[in-house]
Design a protein around this ligand. Structure first.
Ligand SMILES: *[C@@H]1O[C@H](CO)[C@@H](O)[C@H](O)[C@H]1NC(C)=O
Ligand SMILES: *[C@@H]1O[C@H](CO)[C@@H](O)[C@H](O)[C@H]1NC(C)=O
Ligand SMILES: *[C@@H]1O[C@H](CO)[C@@H](O)[C@H](O)[C@H]1NC(C)=O
Length: 921
């Protein structure tokens, strides 16, 4: 009891404190960030060492020297398949190995081939496909060209820094008595930045001391994007999609942290870190994936962005348009330089080059794309039951109820509160009988309570993360005193994973899905609410070396556990912390946001940044985690959430209950329509996620993905595309009755035709159009030229809609044609990987609508059938239609005008049947 009280008091205190920015470091309070930022642009001290070049079929290696201290490094530049290069730089003979990331890439990248020639004595030209890298020896620099155009430069600003491992300088008294003459300095070097910085060998932050046993070991490098106008990427930040210049502010920070009530328009670190950045201009898009899991800061240089503010003045005064191209300066506390250069050239090419390396989200079970209902907390079994029943009473579809930490017995994971949740299996069955699922939270902090099996096992087997003295590290979190499994230890991962197996977690079923929270890891009394950097993990690595990977490794364990629990059911996991590659294991959400309009807008910006960084399965707490949304905010949030990939309502324990029926009837009706609209589009969502896994492109996309030449579209982040089929501009401001929708141009002043999905009104505007948007309106547009599959019979849960018939919405382009795909399988298992699926392409052209099966037509034969075809944008009035199908006789079909569309009702064709329908005029 006493412990619980202390824990509660502590949490309250912590929360009171964490609102404060001062809980988190600024660059100036971080020694390595100070040191890296101190390097002045100009000639780099790094240079290639002549005579050390080796040439292989896919790569070159050479030595590199820091001319300031003569320390040697080895460099490898490798060509990979798919217009990608990899640059690796490590110390040639480090005092001890430096950390290399093993678990972010999905597999070993496939090598490409190179041709090498030397140009002058100081330049090496490495050609691979249509791209080439020109390596300059002194000062060291690499320029990447495509078709003779400079695309990307490395170390052009000369900001490279690589602090070699060294022995701690001894106080002078000891040096005098040193018996080993080797320890004496051989020559007197000028004082380096790291010699001068007081934090190089130990550092304090607030009451925390970091012993830094390895001293300074930072790595930093700059990247210039000569063709770019904007930079974007490096989530997770609550900031605009396009990155802002950092001159005069802190750099963007990547350090996974549990930030209480995070600020908007901020470069501060949040829960996840994906160190991939893109430079984009009308001609090309180039990506840089900086594979380093230690604390990282990124300076952004972009005089274009600065210029925009006062462009007319500058141009007028100087008469010159000369600006420095955008650049980024990555600064990491430790590790090596391991960087992938993604040479595009199109935005989608670059996004795919990134997912080719780090993977995609595996196709989720269909119900996970439907609506999730969560709150901290649903109090007990009766509460869960009654919420589920109320959704039916109010005829609102819902697929999953979520339980936050209070379901456990005293925050001990893999247990249930014995009073509030006495019959978990019956409760789960009650939900699954209705076609619904349950998701429960499992966090990485383990309650240090004697008798708790998990704690006992981790203690006995030595599976906990250690502090620098080799003892089990103890911190405070929800359970009070807690320890944290050393998730870098394969045995700890296996132990964690094993707990999900039904023979161990007997009070769950294979239909229970998992939510991993607090996995940054969050430590309430740790520095910056996380673990001490000099804690020690498996293999002797300090926490500082691997911090941003902790959450990721934790997901690997959960994924393994759920995969073994039921090998033929696709696992579903939601995570807060994430790194490059985490998309292979879990969906993510944007953490503890707030019930205000700015946070609603942030949900779109943040998910766009995640999407281009490989993370398509992204959402935000609908309604806002903290605070109480009023009716207008809540319904607008549902409308936006209905078009984000992951759709979940969630709320803090101190907020008022906010299930839709607790709001006025008209608000409830609007929320209900938004959720129902989500359900009608589930076939599209499912197809998009299948194509994401298959092709590697994001599901949710910024406008520039398809309109790369439209400069007005580059910075738009209140509007987004779903593939190239839908354009979404939901209302995210208070009290508005219209919104300005931007319809992008392909660059020649021409745009696509768009159709309002509510009434099929045709829009040919290029540029802004003001659209009336009363409280019911979600401005969403289907692109002319696309076909979208829907299901229009909405049921209580998505799982119950599996065999329901399809409707196809065919929106015609200027040529009176359209194309689109539909993917169908059992929505649940891995049988699709053995060919048990249908992947269909539909096309309308010259008045004929027909289907084609992509891949081999498989044995998979769904029970669903084609119920309606809606054709939008027809110029000639059709009188009837002729159906030819493989399994039935030719038939005449009615074509009925309906508003702005024509509807072919009940073609009644099985989804696996070949057919064509010819319009008769
Ligand atoms: C299961 O549902 C039945 C019928 O609604 C209800 O009486 C019972 O309390 C539920 N059990 C649990 C554990 O939720
Ligand atoms: C229409 O067809 C022409 C000629 O094939 C083609 O160039 C143009 O891109 C097409 N327009 C659209 C909107 O697809
Ligand atoms: C198509 O069928 C052939 C022969 O049965 C098989 O080898 C091939 O893998 C199949 N392709 C796909 C994409 O399923």
């Amino acid at each position: 009891m006493k412990l619980t009280l202390v824990a509660i008091l502590f949490c309250i205190l912590q929360f009171a404190l964490t609102v404060d920015r001062s809980n988190f470091k600024t660059c100036d309070q971080s020694s390595f960030c100070r040191r890296c930022r101190k390097v002045t642009p100009g000639d780099s001290p790094f240079a290639l060492v002549p005579g050390t070049l080796n040439i292989y079929s896919d790569s070159i290696t050479t030595d590199l020297v820091n001319r300031e201290n003569n320390h040697l490094f080895s460099l490898k530049l490798e060509a990979l398949q798919g217009n990608t290069f990899r640059l690796l730089i490590d110390e040639k003979t480090p005092l001890k190995p430096r950390y290399r990331v093993n678990d972010a890439l999905k597999s070993n990248p496939v090598p490409g081939t190179i041709k090498v020639s030397e140009r002058a004595d100081n330049e090496l030209v490495i050609t691979s496909g249509t791209s080439k890298a020109v390596v300059t020896g002194t000062p060291f620099k690499i320029d990447f060209y495509q078709n003779e155009k400079l695309s990307l430069s490395i170390n052009a600003k000369g900001l490279m820094r690589f602090e070699h491992l060294r022995k701690k300088p001894q106080p002078p008294a000891e040096t005098e008595n040193n018996e080993n003459p080797d320890e004496l300095p051989k020559e007197v070097l000028p004082k380096s930045i790291e010699d001068e910085d007081p934090g190089s060998w130990e550092e304090n932050f607030k009451s925390h001391h970091d012993t830094k046993p390895n001293g300074p070991e930072a790595v930093a490098l700059d990247f210039t994007f000569p063709q770019a106008e904007v930079l974007f990427g490096i989530p997770e930040h609550a900031d605009s999609f396009v990155l802002k210049p950092t001159a005069g502010t802190d750099p963007y920070r990547l350090y996974n942290l549990d930030v209480f009530e995070y600020e908007l328009d901020s470069k501060m670190a949040l829960y996840g870190s994906i160190p991939v950045i893109y430079g984009h201009g009308p001609e090309e898009t180039i990506g840089v994936y900086w594979q380093n899991p230690s604390e990282t800061w990124v300076d952004v240089f972009n005089s274009n962005a600065e210029k925009n503010v006062m462009s007319s003045i500058v141009n007028f005064v100087s008469g010159s348009r000369q600006t420095e191209p955008p650049a980024a300066h990555f600064m990491s506390e430790s590790g090596i330089v391991d960087v992938f250069l993604l040479l595009g050239p199109s935005p989608l090419d670059a996004f795919k080059q990134y997912t080719d390396l780090t993977g995609t989200a595996p196709l989720p079970q269909l119900f996970t794309l439907a609506y999730h209902q969560s709150r901290w907390n649903y109090n007990d079994e009766q509460d869960v039951n009654s919420v589920s029943n109320k959704f039916d009473e109010h005829d609102i579809p819902m697929d999953t109820i979520w339980l936050d930490i209070e379901y456990t017995d005293g925050k001990k994971y893999f247990t249930w509160d014995p009073h509030k949740f006495q019959h978990p299996l019956e409760m789960i069955k009650n939900l699954t009988t209705l076609g619904r699922h349950l998701t429960i939270i499992i966090d990485p902090h383990i309650k240090r309570e004697s008798g708790y099996f998990f704690h006992q096992d981790c203690t006995d087997r030595g599976l906990y993360t250690k502090n620098r003295d080799g003892h089990d590290y103890e911190g405070w979190c929800w359970p009070g005193s807690s320890s944290y499994p050393d998730i870098f230890n394969p045995e700890a991962r296996k132990y964690f994973a094993d707990q999900y197996l039904l023979e161990n977690f007997k009070t769950t079923t294979k239909d229970v899905m998992i939510w991993n929270d607090m996995n940054e890891p969050s430590v309430f009394n740790g520095p910056e609410i996380t673990m001490l950097k000099d804690n020690v993990h498996f293999g002797g690595w300090e926490h500082r070396h691997i911090h941003n990977l902790y959450g990721h490794m934790y997901l690997m364990a959960t994924f393994d556990g759920l995969s073994r629990r039921d090998p033929n059911q696709r696992p579903f996991i939601l995570t807060r912390s994430h790194f490059a590659g985490s998309q292979r294991y879990a969906a993510m959400w944007t953490g503890d946001n707030k019930a205000d309009w700015g946070h609603l807008e942030a949900s779109v910006k943040m998910c766009l940044s995640e999407a281009v960084a490989g993370y398509s399965f992204c959402g935000a707490d609908i309604g806002g985690f903290f605070g109480n949304p009023d009716a207008e905010l809540l319904l607008r949030w549902y409308q936006t959430g209905a078009f984000l990939p992951f759709m979940r309502a969630h709320a803090h324990i101190d907020t008022k209950r906010r299930e839709p029926w607790l709001y006025p009837e008209d608000t409830k009706q609007i929320i209900r329509s938004a959720i129902r609209e989500r359900y009608s589009y589930l076939p599209l969502w499912y197809t998009m996620f299948y194509e994401h896994e298959r092709d590697g492109y994001p599901v949710m996309r910024p406008l520039l993905a398809h309109y790369p030449k439209d400069k007005n579209a580059f910075a738009i982040d209140n509007e987004f595309l779903l593939q190239d089929r839908l354009l979404v501009r939901s209302v995210m401001q208070q009290g508005v009755s219209k919104v300005d929708v931007y319809f992008p141009t392909k660059g020649d002043g021409k745009g696509d035709i768009w159709y309002d999905v509510d009434d099929y009104r045709k829009i040919t505007t290029v540029g802004h159009e003001s659209i009336p948007a009363d409280l019911k309106k979600i401005p969403v547009y289907q692109r002319g030229g696309s076909i979208i599959p829907k299901k229009e019979r909405i049921r209580r849960a998505a799982t119950l809609m599996k065999d329901d018939p399809y409707t196809l919405i065919v929106c015609l382009d200027a040529n009176q044609s359209a194309k689109g795909t539909l993917y169908i399988d059992d929505e649940k298992s891995f049988e699709y990987r053995k060919g048990q699926y249908l992947y269909i392409e539909y096309e309308f052209k010259n008045g004929v609508f027909k289907n084609r099966f992509i891949d081999n037509k498989s044995k998979y034969s769904p029970r669903s059938w084609l119920e309606r075809i809606v054709i939008v944008g027809l110029e000639k009035v059709p009188k009837s239609a002729k159906l030819k199908a493989s399994k039935s006789d030719a038939a005449d079909l009615e074509v009925l005008p309906q508003g702005n569309a024509y509807v072919i009702r009940k073609p009644g064709i099985g989804m696996a049947e070949d057919f064509s329908i010819t319009l008769k005029y």
